[in-house]
Structure formats: C-alpha cells, structure tokens
Design a protein around this ligand. Structure first.
Ligand SMILES: O=C(O)c1ccccc1N[C@@H]1O[C@H](COP(=O)(O)O)[C@@H](O)[C@H]1O
Length: 207
C-alpha cells in the first residue's frame, strides 16, 4: 500500500501549490486560534483555490464549538475534519463529514482505546504527548507503543522530519504520515526543499 502524505499547517497559497506539485496527498489547515499556524476562513479559501484537483483538504480543530466548525465548513471547501482535542465521538460524527481523531500517545493502550471509541473515524492520528500543548510541537514519541494491528488506518505524526521519516515508515508501516514542524523554515512557512526531501523519504521507507 502506498503511504499517503499530509502536509499540515499551511498558511500560504504558494506552499499549498508546491506541496501538491511535489506529490502531497493532503494539506492541513489549522483553525485553532492558539496555534502559530492558525488561518482565517479567508486565508483558507485562498489556499484551497491554489490547489489542483484530487488533493484532500483537511481542517484541524482543537475543542472547537459546533458553530465554529459549521462556519468553517460553510466558508471553505473542506474534505476531512481532524479533531485534536478532547472532542467526544458524538460531536465528531455530528457534522456528517469524514473525520480523523488525533490521540496523543502516552501508553500502549491509548491508540487501541481511541479506535474503539471512534469506530467511524477515517483514521486514528497519533501524535506525541506534550504537557499543555495539543500538537504541532515537532516532538516524536516511542513508536514501540503503537499496536501491531488496528481496526482503523493509522496516521503517524509527531516530530516526523527528513531525518526520521524513512525509518518511521519502514518500522511502523502507517497508512499515512502527517508532518508540520519538520518541513518548515519558520512556523507556518513551509520549505520546498524540506517538503521534497520528506516526500522522497516516505517513498524510500515504503519499499
Ligand atoms: O500545527 C499546529 O500548530 C497544531 C496545533 C494544535 C494541534 C495540532 C497541530 N498540528 C498537528 O500536530 C501533529 C504533529 O505536528 P508536528 O509535525 O510534530 O509539528 C500534526 O498532525 C499536525 O497536523
């Protein structure tokens, strides 16, 4: 199976265009005001308009209100929701859109528990646990905590970079990888050379 690639935390149309040109399957837009990568609906619309067809647009939220998710969905062409906080399953599914649930991994049971709790999610995204932060920290976690088998597709994230992504893909065999910090020159600004090397690393690790 091809390992799909999501580049998250874009804030500029030109970075989205470049990510797609290089072969990213999905891009992520952060709708979380506390993030340095937060975008407005207007910014998001401009980013989405820069994309060619067949690139999945993911909207990332952390404990949003229903009204905020509805406003984003009404204002911008979103394909998939990514919930990164403590959102309940009933909330995640209530938008009638495909969604992923993120889990910040501390114990071997965390990912299995999440798959049991969110059986209708399109995937479980695993991130590092960093006290007081919800994600996008550039921190990796112990991949040995991940289950060998999971009922849902596993999206590996958390501190992935050009230096470790081939090893990560080779070792974990995730359905997809998600990266933000590891391909940035500064927060929210993606580096074309790093994105290219990251995507090459995924391909290298997949063989
Ligand atoms: O990118 C952010 O600022 C962010 C904020 C709050 C929650 C999640 C966030 N990003 C996601 O975190 C993971 C790991 O990112 P990194 O590669 O370690 O920087 C990834 O899924 C991002 O989409």
């Amino acid at each position: 199976m091809t390992t799909r690639i999501k580049i998250c935390g874009l804030t500029r149309p030109e970075d989205a265009r470049e990510a797609a040109r290089l072969g990213a399957d999905a891009i992520g837009l952060v709708f979380y005001p506390k993030s340095p990568r937060n975008v407005s609906i207007e910014q998001a619309r401009a980013i989405v308009a820069a994309l060619p067809p067949f690139v999945t647009v993911v909207a990332l939220f952390v404990n949003p209100t229903r009204e905020w998710v509805d406003e984003v969905l009404a204002g911008c062409a979103i394909d998939l929701l990514q919930f990164h906080g403590e959102e309940e399953p009933v909330f995640c599914r209530s938008f009638h859109r495909p969604y992923m649930k993120a889990v910040r991994v501390r114990t071997a049971g965390d990912v299995l528990d999440a798959a049991r709790q969110y059986p209708d999610a399109r995937g479980i995204l695993t991130d590092a646990f960093v006290e007081g932060m919800h994600g996008g920290t550039g921190t990796r976690f112990d991949w040995g905590l991940l289950p060998q088998q999971l009922s849902l597709p596993l999206v590996l994230s958390g501190g992935l970079s050009v230096d470790n992504v081939a090893e990560a893909v080779h070792e974990v065999r995730p359905a997809a990888v998600d990266v933000s910090s590891g391909v940035e020159s500064s927060k929210g600004i993606k580096d074309a050379a790093l994105m290219a090397a990251f995507i090459a690393g995924v391909k290298h690790g997949s063989v």
